[in-house]
Design a binder for this molecule. Structure first.
Ligand code: EPS
Length: 355
């Protein structure tokens, strides 16, 4: 089954991903993957770090001449900033004099980041040992893997797109040395009915998409379809009546966001994620020095004022990955042709046409 395992610190040499469970023969386009990586780096309010990084995917295994081999893919995204952190992030005790960044321990945790809870949990004496992996830098690998899975979905005519719905005023926040959050939406078109299952909570597509979105750094809320607003409606106003036309079954409304009973129902999948304002403030919040116990101000590092546009790309990749996983469960196949044929036979059987 489709699975992504990742490793990599924000200022280490690289992000690494092992992607398993793809069929053989899937055509991949390097420019499409790199295009999504570039989209993730853009947007208002991004930090100067994005001028250092030029994210590109390197494929070390699992692909030959542009097609998957049916074996694990090994993906790498290099951290160009690592050259400034070679001493600070050295895996072994450095044998040279301290040089570059990360040479002094961080002891003032930022409220809202993983800094405090992570450092307490793992018994670190340098908050950097927590923040390096907690960093949203890791989302570059999420996007690389999501771009690969979007190619799989495209073969069954499923398209996934993320967009920013709402965002605080970046210019104003930046002037006040503050940060803002926002809301993104992801829509997936062409998803056939029957992905996920009502049978167990682990199989429910809504639960899986919620976990995929909540698993992205800084996400604090997730909605499917009309989400929280449904709680205030009558049943007669909330549900999407079932109609039939010459193309098959369809709905005139989509308050369910394309999922009923934890199963895709053939309508567009619509999910939203709310992002909190980023926790690294140029005007720091109060904190406590973990080394001395003294009151202080939180770590101030270069930071994004907002990363909501980046979230829209990461959320798109995360939704694509989960839909790809559910599609692999349903249609299987060792070769891409088997997968597409199983999809074809299934949509032939049911009264539904992609719209
Ligand atoms: C992040 C802090 C910043 C962000 C980073 C996430 O990194 P730095 O400390 O190097 O400026 O830029 O995100 C990325 C590097 C990225 O590519 O998205 C954090 O603490 O979460």
């Amino acid at each position: 089954m489709l699975r992504l395992t990742t490793a990599g610190e924000s200022h280490g040499p690289a992000l690494v991903g092992i992607l398993t469970g793809l069929p053989a023969g899937l055509a991949l386009d390097r420019d499409a993957i790199d295009g999504d990586l570039a989209r993730r780096q853009q947007g208002y309010g991004r930090s100067p770090r994005q001028q250092i990084e030029h994210d590109r995917v390197e494929v070390l295994a699992g692909v030959r001449h542009g097609r998957t081999l049916g074996t694990p893919l090994a993906l790498v995204v290099t951290n160009r900033d690592h050259k400034n952190w070679e001493w600070g992030m050295s895996p072994w005790p450095p044998e040279t004099e301290p040089e570059g960044k990360g040479t002094k321990p961080v002891t003032l945790p930022r409220p809202g980041h993983a800094d405090l809870a992570g450092t307490l949990k793992y018994g670190h004496n340098d908050v950097r040992n927590t923040l390096e992996r907690a960093s949203a830098r890791q989302t570059a690998m999420t996007v690389a893997a999501g771009a690969v899975v979007k190619a799989l979905l495209a073969d069954i005519d499923v398209a996934v797109a993320g967009a920013v719905m709402d965002m605080g005023d970046v210019d104003e926040a930046k002037a006040e040395r503050d940060t803002v959050g926002g809301v993104v939406e992801v829509r997936a078109r062409g998803v056939p009915p029957g992905l996920g299952s009502y049978a167990t909570k682990e199989q429910r597509l809504d639960a899986r998409l919620a976990a995929a979105l909540m698993g992205i750094q800084a996400v604090k809320g997730v909605e499917i379809g009309a989400g929280f607003a449904l709680a205030g409606l009558r049943g007669s106003e909330a549900h999407d009546e079932i109609l039939r036309d010459e193309n098959g079954l369809h709905r005139e409304t989509n308050r369910a966001g394309g999922i009923e009973g934890g199963v895709s129902n053939g309508e567009e999948i619509v999910v939203r994620a709310a992002m909190k304002p980023l926790p690294t403030l140029m005007r720091p919040l109060r904190s406590v020095d973990l080394a001395t116990g003294e009151a202080g101000e939180a770590l101030v590092e270069r930071s994004d004022t907002a990363a909501v546009e980046a979230l829209s790309v990461v959320a798109e990749a995360s939704v694509a990955f989960e839909l790809g996983r559910a599609a692999r469960e349903k249609f299987g196949g060792d070769a891409i042709g088997d997968f597409v044929a199983a999809y074809g036979a299934y949509v032939e059987r049911i009264p539904w046409q992609p719209r």
